[in-house]
Design a protein around this ligand. Structure first.
Ligand SMILES: Nc1ncnc2c1ncn2[C@@H]1O[C@H](COP(=O)(O)OP(=O)(O)OP(=O)(O)O)[C@@H](O)[C@H]1O
Ligand SMILES: [Mg+2]
Length: 265
């Protein structure tokens, strides 16, 4: 059983470049701005969430690698970010080797879950886990540790392709290591209103997935793509841009749905 003191959300899609990390950074920042206490766990060896939040490599002495190998706790690895209320466990390239290192261990899928169970003292209300674009042991750890999966889907022709595989994987995780894993929601990213196909994709996704799809559409926005090179979330880099405003709206939708879920429980 995963604790109920916070909401642990894994951001996953095995497709590359669909907006997982951008969503992790900006949703987390928006939640923190609204007053939530938020942790990002960067579980991708690329370390884009860490870089995008301005954590320089030389400051990543301890990382998510150390919590997966079990040598350090969340309390020891967590770093502050420039955003008040937002913290991160950064990643390093060491993560590339972790799969080999723990592959033979019977608890290899539960390493992150165990580490997060020791984070209560830090009183996070949301923990967002940024995954690599693959169904590897890192993503499995993230799914085994979470209450739910948030799926960013890029508004493009092949958006639905791969989604069925993702949903099957979530089912498989439910049957094996985490029976209560839920779909938090599906967020459509990089929407371009000038592209006729994009609206068609939105309609198709809503028809197929209904209520699970957030009303908020994240627009394709150049300010959002520029922000990481300054080590800042878009919301700090340019609060007024359409992308930042969309992520703030997404955060309020996430919070509103959480209230409804708790009321129904
Ligand atoms: N709303 C947006 N508007 C413009 N560019 C965006 C937007 N969202 C993401 N991008 C850009 O698209 C690229 C891919 O985004 P991102 O890194 O978030 O995807 P990802 O799914 O995490 O990728 P990976 O699978 O490699 O981890 C990045 O260059 C990012 O800056
Ligand atoms: Mg990423």
């Amino acid at each position: 059983m995963i604790g109920e003191r916070n909401r642990i959300i894994t951001i996953a899609n095995q497709k590359g470049g669909v907006g997982k990390t951008t969503t992790a950074i900006n949703l987390a920042t928006a939640l923190a701005a609204i007053g939530e206490r938020v942790l990002i766990v960067d579980l991708d060896p690329q370390g884009n969430a860490s870089t995008g939040l301005g954590i320089e490599r030389r400051n990543r002495k301890l990382s998510s690698y150390d919590i997966l190998t079990g040598t350090h706790t969340i309390l020891e690895t967590v770093l502050e970010t420039a955003v008040p209320n937002l913290f991160i466990v950064p990643s390093t390239m060491d993560l590339l080797g972790v799969e080999m290192e723990i592959a033979q261990q019977p608890d290899r899928v539960f390493r992150l879950r165990r580490a997060l169970s020791g984070s209560d003292a830090l009183a996070f209300s949301y923990i967002l886990v940024d995954c690599p674009p693959s169904f590897n042991l890192l993503t499995m750890n993230a799914m085994a540790a979470a209450h739910s999966v948030l799926v960013p889907l890029q508004c493009e022709f092949f958006a639905l392709e791969g989604l069925s595989q993702l949903l099957e994987t979530v089912d498989q995780v439910r049957r094996t290591v985490n029976s209560s894993l839920d779909i938090q929601g599906i967020v459509l990213t990089m929407f371009d209103s000038r592209n006729n196909l994009a609206q068609q994709v939105v309609n198709d996704v809503r028809t197929h997935l209904g209520e699970k799809v957030y009303h908020t559409l994240i627009p394709r926005n150049v300010r959002v793509s520029e922000a990481p090179s300054y080590g800042k979330p878009a919301i700090l880099y340019d609060l007024k841009c359409a992308g930042s405003q969309a992520y703030l709206q997404l955060a309020s939708e996430v919070i509103q749905r959480e209230r409804q879920r708790k009321a129904a429980a």
